[in-house]
Design a protein around this ligand. Structure first.
Ligand code: NAD
Ligand code: MG
Length: 395
């Protein structure tokens, strides 16, 4: 029986993974090793019970007694804290879903790869912050990484067995997020609730705001560069409001291969779960006549500074991805807390990158995990200063 673990099981991707596993038979079909969550220990324990997990780990140490209580009599062990989450990734498994949100997903993913475990990777931040390191670790331990981000799963599927030399370009589609039809001058005033009203996808809070600001797409451009090893000049972004084409690969003979489907993450989660097989999935089938048309438009980088900033990050490479992601996470925290405006998020990230690129380190090569974590920490400090400066400017 295949042994699986799910990191970030209480989130949007985690819950959809549980849904597919439950439909496939749950504990009768898979042996669940570890499940991890953040603070929602009631839900974490419920999932651990239903999948008969060996261990459940919550990120928040204060919640350990509550988790123990909730697991009482189930036979599932309880643990808490970031260290315990990393150790859960050491437990032998065949397949791990990496669906923690943010840079916190990096360490458990790295640990799983070191054991040769197949990593279904939703946590794009791992590739943005430490792409080369992650791929080198996978290679050294003959571990496989299967992309779960819908765009990257689409590209992976469109590539099939084609050699990378035959690839001319990659076109990432973007829904444009909740504010895509707003006039640019109004964006600065957008509230959290407005940025959360995503037209097509139901996702976690953080990625939904990142979709509206296009920071999500900026992360995905870097993710594409790192995962598929394509030159940044060959990566394009197009706004496709219907979210039916999940991304495209253009080949040197001019052919474009597109992956199409309903906007449902169970497409790419299920693909990664069943790979290399293709099994039936409970996703809506497209009715093309009913859809009638698919539309596209070019994104405006004045409106979405994130799309410009990611180009600079790819030029610098080294630790720039770690700095970019950390600054973005802090800017997002401040926007969610109401202390900075929607457009200030890109301002905070740009200020942070400017300040950090004035010093040594961003372009460092031969990076270790410690380098990445140190840059993550430093960029968070700088970004918090930049955000506080902007908050004062607003007051
Ligand atoms: P979410 O916020 O719904 O869930 C995140 C999970 O991580 C939860 O289980 C939460 O408890 C846990 N978590 C949060 N902070 C943590 C920490 N510091 N330490 C340990 N665990 C922590 O997020 P999501 O939308 O499911 O996204 C998860 C990942 O998948 C992100 O990297 C996101 O970019 C990526 N992704 C999500 C979608 C989507 O449709 N939701 C699509 C593509 C990619
Ligand atoms: Mg995506």
């Amino acid at each position: 029986m295949r042994r699986i673990s799910i990191f970030g099981v209480t989130g949007s991707i985690g819950e959809q993974t549980v849904d597919l596993i439950t439909r496939a038979g749950g504990p009768a079909a898979f042996r669940t090793v570890a499940v991890t969550g953040g603070r929602n220990v009631a839900r974490l324990a419920e999932i651990a019970r239903s999948l008969k997990a060996e261990i459940a780990v919550c990120a928040d140490e204060v919640q350990l007694p509550a988790l123990r209580d909730a697991l009482g009599g189930s036979g599932t062990e309880a643990a808490a804290g970031p260290q315990a989450i990393a150790e859960a990734a050491d437990r032998p498994a065949d397949w791990i879903m990496s669906s923690i949100v943010g840079a916190a997903g990096l360490v458990p993913g790295m640990r799983a790869l070191q054991h040769g475990t197949t990593l279904a990777l939703a946590n794009k931040e791992s590739l943005v912050t430490a792409g080369q390191l992650l791929l080198a670790t996978a290679k050294a331990h003959q571990a496989r990484i299967l992309p779960v981000d819908s765009e990257h799963s689409a590209i992976f599927q469109a590539l099939a067995a084609e050699p990378m030399e035959a690839v001319e370009r990659i076109i990432l589609t973007a829904s444009g997020g909740a504010l895509r039809d707003w006039p640019t001058e109004k964006l600065a005033k957008a509230t959290v609730a407005e940025a959360l009203a995503h037209p097509n996808w139901s996702m976690g809070q953080r990625i939904t705001i990142d979709s509206a600001s296009m920071f999500n797409k900026a992360l995905e451009v870097i993710e594409t560069r790192e995962f598929f090893g394509v030159d940044p000049d060959r990566i394009e972004v197009i706004i496709h409001p219907e979210s039916i084409i999940h991304s495209m690969v253009g080949f040197r003979d001019g052919a474009l291969m597109a992956h199409m489907g309903a906007p449902d993450m169970r497409h790419s989660i299920g693909f990664a779960l069943n790979w290399p097989d293709r099994l039936e999935l409970p996703v809506r089938r497209l009715d093309l006549a009913q859809l009638a048309q698919l539309t596209f438009r070019a994104p405006d980088t004045d409106r979405y500074p994130a799309l410009r900033l990611c180009r600079e990050v790819m030029r610098l490479r080294g630790l720039a991805g770690a700095a970019f992601n950390a600054a973005k996470e802090i800017a997002l925290d401040h926007f969610l807390a109401g202390s900075i405006g929607f457009m200030d998020m890109s301002g905070v990230v740009e200020d942070t990158l400017d300040r950090l690129s004035a010093g040594p380190g961003l372009e460092k090569t031969a990076i270790t995990l410690e380098d990445v974590l140190a840059m993550d920490h430093l960029a968070r400090t700088r970004a918090a200063e930049a955000a506080t400066g902007r908050a004062k400017g607003r007051a």
